[in-house]
Design a protein around this ligand. Structure first.
Ligand code: NAD
Ligand code: GLY
Length: 362
C-alpha cells in the first residue's frame, strides 16, 4: 500500500519520498518510474540483507534489472574509509558503469555510506534510499547529506548528494530492536517541538499507538516528519541558514555522545536529552513558558527516552561544546524552542551560564 508521496523540491535535483506499509516490493517499479536503467548494486549490511534483500532482488528482477549485492559489516564503527573501499570493490567487481545505480538498503550508516559511494564512484552515479530504521526514515535518508567518519571526528568526510527517490516501508520497522525504534522517536519529537505545534499535539495524543508501532500512526508520524524536513531542505539545501534548526537538541546531544565515547547513548537518546535541556534554556531566557518546557519533557519521557545529562564536570562539557562545528567566533549557535512549534537561533557566548541552567556546575 502506498500511503503518501512527498516531494523534495530542489529544481533539477527534486525527488519524491514514497511511503507506505508493505510497499518494499514496489522498488523495481519505482526505479523504472524515475528513469533508472542498468545494473543495481544493493548496498546493505549483514543484519538487514538477510531480512529484506530477497524482496528487493525479486522486485528489481521483475522490473528487468540486473542486481548485485554488496553486503557490509554492521555498525557505526564500520562507517569509515575501509568499508567505503569495500563498496567501491563491489561496484568495480560487478563492472558497474555510469549507466548503473545504487540502492541503499539499511539504516543511516548504510544510507550515508552508500550515498557517498554513489556521489564519488565514476564521479557520481544515481542512488535510491531505502531506509529501514525509524531514524533513517525521518531524517538521514532525506536531504542529501552523505559521508563517512574520520578517526578524529564523525561525518568529517562527505558530500551533499541527493538521491533519485526515497522508498519508505514502515513495515520494515517491525524487525527493528526496541531501543533503535525509540531513538528514532527522539528525532520525530524535534520536528514537532520547533517546527510544527500541531504535529507536537499529534505526538502527545498518539504516543501509545506509536510505541505499539501502529502502522497508521507510524505512517502519519513518518510522513509529517519527512514533509517538514523536505520543506526545510528545499529552503536551505546546504545548511547556510534555516537548515540549522534541525540541530535542535543536537548541540548538547553531540556533547553527550562525545563525552560518553558514542557507546552509552544512541543518537536519538542523546538528542532527547539535548532537547529537554534546550527547553530548559529556552524557558530560562523567556522564549517558552514553564508549561511548554514541561510538555516537551513529558513527551520525551512518555516515549521512553532519557532526559538528564550524564554527570561530567562543566570543564569537560565546555571542551566538548567548543569542538561543536556550530561554534563560530561569535559563540555557540544554539537552537531554542519559541513556545512549542517555533524556534529561534541564539548566539550563546557564556557556556558556563548555559551549563548552569542545565544543572552542570564546575
Ligand atoms: P544504523 O544504521 O546503525 O542502524 C541501527 C541498527 O539497526 C543497525 O544494527 C542496523 O543494522 C539495524 N537495522 C536497520 N534496519 C533494521 C531493521 N529494519 N530491522 C532490524 N535491524 C535493523 O543507525 P541509524 O540510527 O539508522 O543511523 C545512524 C547514522 O545516521 C549515523 O551514522 C548518523 O551519523 C547518520 N545520520 C545521518 C543524517 C543525515 O542527514 N545524513 C542524519 C542523522 C543521522
Ligand atoms: N540531520 C540534520 C540535517 O539533515 O540537516
Amino acid at each position: 500500500m502506498i500511503a503518501e508521496k512527498i516531494r523534495v523540491a530542489l529544481d533539477e535535483r527534486s525527488y519524491d519520498i514514497e511511503m507506505g506499509a508493505g510497499n518494499l516490493d514496489r522498488i523495481g517499479s519505482l526505479c523504472r518510474e524515475v528513469g533508472l536503467s542498468g545494473t543495481a548494486a544493493v548496498v546493505s549490511n549483514t543484519t538487514v540483507a538477510p531480512l529484506y534483500y530477497e524482496t528487493v532482488r525479486l522486485s528489481m528482477e521483475r522490473a528487468g534489472y540486473r542486481v548485485v549485492p554488496v553486503t557490509l559489516p554492521d555498525g557505526e564503527g564500520y562507517k569509515n574509509s575501509a568499508t567505503l573501499n569495500l563498496i567501491y570493490d563491489g561496484l568495480v567487481d560487478a563492472s558497474l558503469d555510469r549507466g548503473s545505480f545504487i540502492l541503499a538498503l539499511g539504516g543511516g550508516v548504510i544510507g550515508d555510506m552508500a550515498g557517498f559511494a554513489a556521489a564519488s564512484y565514476l564521479r557520481g552515479i544515481p542512488f535510491v534510499q531505502i531506509p529501514t530504521t525509524l531514524l533513517s526514515q525521518v531524517d538521514s535518508s532525506v536531504g542529501g547529506k552523505t559521508g563517512i567518519n574520520h578517526p578524529r571526528g564523525k561525518n568529517l568526510i562527505g558530500a551533499f548528494y541527493q538521491p533519485k527517490a526515497v522508498l519508505i516501508d514502515v513495515a520494515t520497522l517491525d524487525t527493528l530492536p526496541e531501543r533503535e525504534f525509540l531513538s528514532g522517536l527522539g528525532e520525530i519529537v524535534k520536528y514537532g517541538a520547533v517546527l510544527d505545534g500541531g504535529f507536537f499535539d499529534f505526538l502527545e495524543t498518539n504516543a501509545k499507538l506509536l510505541l505499539a508501532r501502529d502502522k497508521e500512526a507510524l505512517i502519519q508520524a513518518v510522513s509529517r516528519s519527512c514533509a517538514i524536513k523536505a520543506k526545510v531542505v528545499a529552503e536551505d539545501e546546504r545548511e547556510g541558514g534555516v537548515r540549522a534548526v534541525l540541530n535542535y537538541g543536537h548541540t548538547l546531544g553531540h556533547a553527550v555522545e562525545t563525552l560518553t565515547g558514542y557507546t552509552r547513548y544512541l543518537h536519538g537518546e542523546a538528542v532527547a536529552i539535548g532537547m529537554v535541556q534546550a527547553a530548559r534554556i529556552s524557558q530560562h531566557y523567556g522564549f517558552c513558558s514553564q508549561a511548554d518546557r514541561e510538555r516537551i519533557e513529558a513527551l520525551v519521557v512518555a516515549l521512553g527516552l532519557p532526559t538528564e545529562l550524564p554527570s561530567f564536570p562543566a570543564r569537560q562539557y565546555r571542551e566538548a561544546l567548543s569542538h561543536d562545528k556550530k561554534v563560530r567566533d561569535k559563540g555557540l549557535l544554539f537552537i531554542c524552542n519559541q513556545g512549542i512549534g517555533a524556534y529561534r537561533m541564539e548566539r550563546l557566548t557564556d557556556l558556563g551560564a548555559l551549563l548552569e541552567i542545565c544543572g552542570i556546575g564546575e
